[in-house]
Ligand binder design. Structure first.
Ligand SMILES: NC(=O)C1=CN([C@@H]2O[C@H](COP(=O)(O)OP(=O)(O)OC[C@H]3O[C@@H](n4cnc5c(N)ncnc54)[C@H](OP(=O)(O)O)[C@@H]3O)[C@@H](O)[C@H]2O)C=CC1
Ligand SMILES: O=C1O[C@H](COP(=O)(O)O)[C@@H](O)[C@H](O)[C@H]1O
Length: 512
C-alpha cells in the first residue's frame, strides 16, 4: 500500500522502468463503422495485436456498431477474418479466446435512438460482467459527414457523460472538416459534447515509429541541429506516394481529393515535426505548442499557379498490370475534377527557416509506394576539384524513410577509388530491419493504446487542425476556380506541371 499522503500509482499502468510498455486499464472500445474498410484492415487487427502483446487488460471489451443484421457470433467471425488477414503478430488461440469473450455487436443506424439505447444497455452489462468500469472509448470510423450525428446521439443517450471515476473519450477519424469553416463548426459540436481533454483526433502518421523517430533524430543528437536551418538546408521535400488507385473508395474520395485527404493532415504534421523548435519536454502541451508555432508561421509561396500542381490519374501500367484511369473507376463521375495528385510549396516565416521552401506532394497510382522526408542541403560554396571530377556529385541529402524500408539515409560525396580525385555520391544508411530486433508496432496499435491510456501527445489538437485548413483553403480555392486538373499516366510520377513547378526554380523532385 502507498505511504500515507502519497498518490498511489498502478505499477502496470505506470511502470517504474520507462522502457516497459504501459498496459491499458479496464475499458470498452466501441467502434462505429466496424464493417468498414479501416476497421477491417487496421482497427480490429490492431486490437488483436495489442492483446497479443499483453497490453490489454482482462477486463476489456470490443463493441462493434453498424447497420448489418449481425449477432455477436457473426461479429466475432468478422473480427477473426480481419485478424487472420491483417494482424501483424501471429495468431494465438488462447489470446483470441480470451479477447473474443468481450466481443459484442450492436446493429443500428446512427439516427436510430433505440440503437443507442441498446448500445448503452450493452455497455452497462459489460461493466457488470467483465468489469469494464464504465470507461468507454468511442471510435468514429465512419463517413466524416456522420461525425456530428454520432456525437449528438452519444450526448442524447447519456453515453458521453462520465459517471464517478469513469472516463469517456471520443476518437475522431480524419478528415476533420473539409475546410476551415466546416472544421470550426464540427469542433463546436464535438466540444459541446466532450471536453477537449476527451477528444482524440486521429492522424495515423503520428502513430508511425519512423515519424516519432524524427523527434529522436533531431533532439537526441548533437550532430544534426547545427545543419537544421536555412544556413545549410536548400529546401525540404516531403513525399507521400502511393501506387494504389481509388477503386471502391469513390464514396469517400470524390470531391475530397489528395490535398484534403493527406496534405491537410499527414504531410503538414510531418512538416511541423521537421520545422519545429525543441519542446521543453515531451508533455503533450509542449509538443503541440511547438507544432502550432510552425503551422501559424507557414504560408503558401505565391502565385498558386506557379507553385502548386494537381493531377488526376489516367489509364496506364502499374508494374505488369494495366490499370484504369480515375474516371473509369466505379463510382466516379465522368466529369469529376477531384485531384489524385497534389503538390504545394510552403515557407515557414521564422529565423531558422526563412527562404527555405518546403515542397509537399502526394499522389495515387504513382511509380511506387513511398513516404519520405528529404532535407536537400545547399551546394558547397567552393569545390577545389577539376570540374570533370565532380560531374556525378549532387547536393547532400538527408532522407528520413518513413515507409517502406524504414530508416534514414545520408547522401554525400566520396572519392572514387583510384588514382584520380573523382568524387561521386554515396549513401550512408540506417535501416530499422538491421539495427533493431524489435518489430515496429502498427500506427493504429500505438494510437488505440494511447487512447485507452488517455495519452494525447500523438493526437493533433483543434488549433493544429484549423491552422492546417487555413494553409490549404486558399490553394483549393485557386484550384477550383481554374477548372480541371491535369492528367498523368498511372505508374508515372505525376503531371508535367509538377515537374515544371520545380524546374521553374532550378530544382527537381526526387525519384525515390
Ligand atoms: N479506409 C482507409 O484506409 C482510411 C479511412 N480513414 C477514415 O476512416 C473513416 C472510415 O473510413 P472507411 O472505413 O474507409 O469507410 P467505409 O465506407 O468503408 O465504412 C463506413 C462504415 O460506416 C458505417 N455506416 C455508414 N453510415 C452509417 C449509418 N447511417 N449508420 C450506421 N453505420 C453507418 C458502415 O456500416 P454499414 O454500411 O455496414 O452499416 C461502415 O461500417 C473515414 O472517416 C475515413 O476518412 C482514414 C484513414 C484511412
Ligand atoms: O489517411 C490515409 O492514408 C492512407 C495511406 O496510409 P499509409 O499508412 O498506408 O501511408 C491513404 O491510402 C488514404 O487515402 C488516406 O485517407
Amino acid at each position: 500500500m502507498p505511504a500515507s499522503g502519497s498518490a498511489w500509482t498502478n505499477p502496470l499502468r505506470e511502470p517504474r522502468d520507462k522502457r516497459l510498455p504501459r498496459i491499458a486499464g479496464p475499458s470498452s472500445l466501441i467502434i462505429f463503422g466496424v464493417t468498414g474498410d479501416l476497421a477491417r484492415k487496421k482497427l480490429m487487427p490492431a486490437v488483436y495485436d495489442l492483446a497479443n502483446r499483453g497490453l490489454l487488460p482482462p477486463s476489456f471489451a470490443l463493441v462493434g456498431f453498424a447497420r448489418r443484421d449481425w449477432d455477436d457470433e457473426d461479429f466475432a467471425k468478422v473480427v477473426h477474418d480481419a485478424v487472420r488477414d491483417h494482424a501483424r503478430t501471429g495468431f494465438r488461440e488462447e489470446v483470441w479466446e480470451r479477447l473474443a469473450e468481450g466481443f459484442r455487436f450492436v446493429s443500428g443506424s446512427f439516427d436510430d435512438d433505440d440503437a443507442f439505447a441498446r448500445l448503452k444497455d450493452t455497455l452497462h452489462r459489460l461493466d457488470k460482467e467483465r468489469g469494464t468500469d464504465g470507461n468507454y472509448a468511442f471510435y468514429l470510423s465512419i463517413p466524416p459527414k456522420a461525425f456530428p450525428t454520432v456525437c449528438e446521439q452519444l450526448q442524447r443517450s447519456g453515453l458521453a457523460t462520465e459517471e464517478g471515476d469513469s472516463w469517456r473519450r471520443v476518437v475522431i477519424e480524419k478528415p476533420f472538416g473539409h475546410d476551415l469553416e466546416s472544421a470550426k463548426e464540427l469542433n463546436g459540436i464535438v466540444n459541446s459534447v466532450f471536453p477537449e481533454s476527451s477528444v482524440f483526433r486521429i492522424d495515423h502518421y503520428l502513430g508511425k515509429e519512423t515519424v516519432q523517430n524524427i523527434l529522436a533524430l533531431r533532439f537526441a543528437n548533437q550532430l544534426f541541429d547545427p545543419l537544421w536551418s536555412s544556413h545549410y538546408v536548400d529546401h525540404v521535400q516531403i513525399t507521400m506516394a502511393e501506387d494504389i488507385g481509388l477503386g471502391g473508395r469513390a464514396g469517400y474520395y470524390d470531391g475530397i481529393g489528395a490535398a484534403r485527404d493527406v496534405i491537410q493532415n499527414h504531410l503538414l504534421q510531418l512538416m511541423a515535426l521537421i520545422a519545429m523548435e525543441e519542446p521543453i519536454s515531451f508533455e503533450p502541451k509542449q509538443l503541440q505548442a511547438e507544432k502550432i508555432k510552425v503551422l501559424a508561421a507557414t504560408r503558401n509561396i505565391l502565385p498558386h499557379e506557379e507553385n502548386t500542381a494537381r493531377g488526376q490519374y489516367g489509364p496506364g501500367w502499374q508494374g505488369s498490370q494495366k490499370v484504369p484511369g480515375l474516371l473509369e473507376e466505379e463510382g466516379f463521375s465522368k466529369n469529376s475534377i477531384t485531384e489524385t495528385y497534389a503538390a504545394i510549396a510552403l515557407e515557414v516565416d521564422s529565423r531558422r527557416w526563412a527562404g527555405v521552401p518546403f515542397y509537399l506532394r502526394t499522389g495515387k497510382r504513382l511509380g511506387r509506394r513511398v513516404t519520405e522526408i528529404a532535407l536537400v542541403f545547399r551546394r558547397a560554396p567552393h569545390l577545389p576539384f577539376d570540374k570533370t571530377m565532380t560531374e556525378e556529385l549532387s547536393q547532400n541529402v538527408l532522407v528520413i524513410r518513413v515507409q517502406p524500408d524504414e530508416g534514414i539515409t545520408l547522401r554525400f560525396g566520396s572519392k572514387v577509388p583510384g588514382s584520380s580525385m573523382e568524387v561521386r555520391d554515396v549513401n550512408m544508411d540506417f535501416s530499422y530491419g538491421t539495427a533493431f530486433t524489435e518489430a515496429s508496432p502498427e500506427a493504429y496499435e500505438r494510437l488505440i493504446l494511447d487512447v485507452l491510456l488517455g495519452e494525447p501527445s500523438l493526437f493533433p489538437v483543434n488549433e493544429e487542425v484549423e491552422l492546417s485548413w487555413k494553409i490549404l483553403d486558399p490553394v483549393i480555392e485557386a484550384w477550383v476556380s481554374s477548372g480541371k486538373p491535369d492528367t498523368y499516366e498511372s505508374g508515372t510520377w505525376g503531371p508535367a506541371s509538377a515537374d515544371d513547378m520545380m524546374s521553374r526554380v532550378g530544382r527537381a523532385w526526387r525519384r525515390p
